[in-house]
Design a protein around this ligand. Sequence first.
Ligand code: ADP
Ligand code: MG
Length: 694
Amino acid sequence: MELAYRDITYCKNVGAKRADILRQELGVRTALDLLRQYPYKYIDRSRFYRISQLEDEDTYVQIVGEVTEWHTIGVGRTQRLSAQFTDGESMIELVWFQGVQYVKLERGVKYLLFGKPSVFNHTYNFVHPDLTPWRKVTPEMTSGLEPHYNTTERMKKVGLNSKAMRQIIAGLLPDLKLGVQDTIGADVLERYRLMTLTDALLNVHFPKDSQQMQRARERLKFEELFYIQLQLLRQMKRREEQQGYQMPIVGSTFHGLYRSLPFPLTGAQQRVIREIHADLKSGRQMNRLLQGDVGSGKTLVALLCCLLAVDNGYQTCIMAPTEILANQHYETLRQFLGPLSVRIALLTGSTTPKQRQPIHEGLLDGTINILIGTHALLEDTVKWQNLGLVVIDEQHRFGVAQRAKLWTKNQIPPHILVMTATPIPRTLAMTVYGDLRVSVIDELPPGRKPVQTFHYTLLRRVSVNQFIRQQIDAGRQVYVVYPLIQENEKLDLQDLQNGFNTLCETFPEYNISMVHGRMRAKDKDEQMQRFQRGETQILVATTVIEVGVNVPNASVMIIENAERFGLSQLHQLRGRVGRGADQSYCILVTRVELSKETRQRMDIMVATNDGFRIAEADLQLRGPGDLEGTAQSGLPFDLHIANLSTDGQLLELARRAAMDIIDLDPQLEDERNRIYRRRLDILRIETHNWADIS
Ligand code: ADP
Ligand code: MG
């Protein structure tokens, strides 16, 4: 029977019990699914080492040699067997702690030793190595790359360790060699010089040599990335077919604001406004991502776009991830709008029912032009007369599901503009936001001085305090930020409170505000306002100020426990300063002992202000799965072999290949694209079923 339809129960070395475990633990149902369990590493069994060549712990090696002498130490449970092994040149110790009675050693016999060296007493030894008498070594044992498979505790309980998986998969090879149906068309395989699926599966498990293994993996990675792109691009096309509100007019409110601006727009701002306007007049629904580093002036761009909608008789809303930010946008926009006859309103979780009443009415009768708010905007009670454009600020906090909810709010969906200040590496932009068109503001307003960043340890607290005093005496204001994570909230709030108290003692002559997520919105707001008006010199805060807060006179950002922040958060926080004309500073305060990774993070922050470089470094250091949590979960299908942080080039090829297909046949309706449509269906089903179980 075809591998794709053969139940794993009937595969060699599996049986009913193991089949159950495999289904539960790996979501594997068919023989072909088993073949899709790729090895996570290979051990080169064709290479023989000399003892003098050992240089790595944790790398499997094999050595040919003899055992010269051995003795047991201790008795009973603490018994241990120690043997001396030589390759004719050097000696190394072998140690067994368990099953000592089963280890049979013979002098004068040639052995093949296989194991991982470990460091003990400044030298290498082997703990529990495999020793096989040379006369029993078969050629297969020492030829080529040996695949190793991930297993779980439950799998191991029924004997499904890596070796057993290897045997099961080896048992499928004769049938695999007869060929499986490919998932990529022959033309694409040829153009991108990729292996067939059959060859790739053969060589990913039992490669002829490392070059074949690489090519097999490349093909399988390509396939994963290709299908993700196919899905995203197909979605994008489908949405672009979607009728959208037409907004051709550039009218009085747009021009009114444009003319009253105290500064010219940067070239990049002008360009992205043109790009967005082109979408707005196209008659199709816009789905666009606006990327720009912190401080690049996205808010103003968003406002001008809202006014384009207003000029065409539509309502708009701007959604922010926090109340503080929503409040701030509201204030900023009000100032920008000044005397223009544009009605804006603010709606957040702390808007009272009484305040809501007129807002709801204004939205329904169309007299409110721009609504600013938080998630509260998504509530079902919020009804519009003609919502034409939705702007989502700092989208990484929102999540894909919420984004989707917006799309279904109207019959004709509103235009969507997603703004993100966290620069994302190209590879992520192409996947997580692969269904959006992208506009980039790649230019900061002129006259900005790059923020100078320093890394101090706690030991230099006195210098930090001196610096704070010097800056405040020069008329500046200072942020002091503490991390706060939910699991640790109590301790973190205590940290913040202690920090606040210490600052009050150290600087009795200054006024100090404090904000954190646990305060009532009203108090938070008041504290922010005081800082914004310059009544307080220091603002002590948790990450609630991370996104979007804009106080140009604040020119110093002190980040406490900086080791606990990720790179993109650090960059966001630093972006709160450097917004006025003064030289700004960011001081990262950490404890003294740091891991290598943390030290690298601090070094990158000190070395560069470039958000894109930081995002790339972040991806390298942390891997994509971690990036803002949205990365992996934002993908339509899981990645099993491809890796967004290292397979960027392959991703570009895969996207191009997918684009070529989608360009000609957006919904994959042609007969020759049937394999793609079918595979997408299968992937969708697998993704959903599996998500339901786990
Ligand atoms: P972000 O992209 O981080 O949201 P903001 O929109 O908050 O940036 O803008 C940062 C600051 O720069 C604001 O004070 C804004 O008024 C100002 N700004 C925006 N555009 C320009 C410009 N073209 N020239 C000078 N200042 C600008
Ligand atoms: Mg902003």
